[in-house]
Ligand binder design. Sequence first.
Ligand SMILES: O=C(O)CCC(=O)C(=O)O
Ligand SMILES: [Fe+2]
Length: 337
Amino acid sequence: MVSASKEISLIDISPFTDPKSSNNAALRADVVKQVKQSCLTHGFFQILGHGVPSDLISSVFSLSKRFFSLPIEDKNTVSLTKAVPKGNSNRGFEIIGAQTLEKGTQPDLKEGFNIGHEIPLDHEYVRQGKFGHGPNQWPDEEKLSLQGFRKDLLDYHRRITELSAIVMRILALSLDLEEDYFDGFCKEPEVAAIKLLHYPPHPVNAADDLRGAGAHTDFGAITFLLQDSLGGLEVLDPHSKTWISVSPVPNAYVVNLGDAMQRWTNDRYISNVHRVFNRSGKERYSIPFFYDGNLDFPIEPIATCVAEGEKARYERTTMEEMLNQRFGQAYKSNAEK
Ligand SMILES: O=C(O)CCC(=O)C(=O)O
Ligand SMILES: [Fe+2]
């Protein structure tokens, strides 16, 4: 059963983004309280007042639609299989079925395009063979009528990275930490990545084990998702174990916590299970941004999240170890088939 999403709060974070209200302590405290409540219950909320320009959001959506509507041969000019270093970079276009996010289901009915911070081939993460890292692949804008693709996507990457740092500050405050507690986590935005996604309509007679995106939790710290007006994102309600559909709100971000946040908070905050079915009968587009910080940043329960007498539920690990393991699983389950 899927119910509507009044459970997922819509929070105006402008007291943290708009200089006009940013010295109003009461408004800021109210935002922190609402965010905390959402993190404790669903690990999902939506935000408005985020400051990312709506014309940039529209442009990124329309570039994404133009890209995915190209013939497969054109999309394959920037195929993930051509990314360098070979086999180790996840920058570029991935075909329908490249990922299987839920074990035991068919490969996901979605195609994607991964774009990260612009890094050169001699960047230290690339030289060290860190998984997923390589230079971006850019389509030929003139030939494929994608003028502005690179500029707008990089602009978007910069804006959403800035927003992520602000939301991490709100999260730090919600955990009774200094506002700048997580600042070191994303000193350099190499790891944070945009994923353009396209979901064809879910076939009416599809087998039971077909998903747009299979049930999963997100790998990193926090995800900022733009979804179009069609809906289709579902979040598991941890109490009733029913699926809640996340209603699209124009220009709002769906924000959800990833596994690193659940570990930091010793399970107080939830990295919640979610999935996608595009039952709209139309082409669905969404744009997640995965805010995964510096690879060597330690991930272990934070002292304020472990009460006296309580045990830390997780060993110390790093962002790199967490990402390697989860990425490996999501792509490996296909390779094994
Ligand atoms: O497309 C969506 O609405 C969600 C995608 C998602 O959950 C993911 O890529 O991790
Ligand atoms: Fe996700």
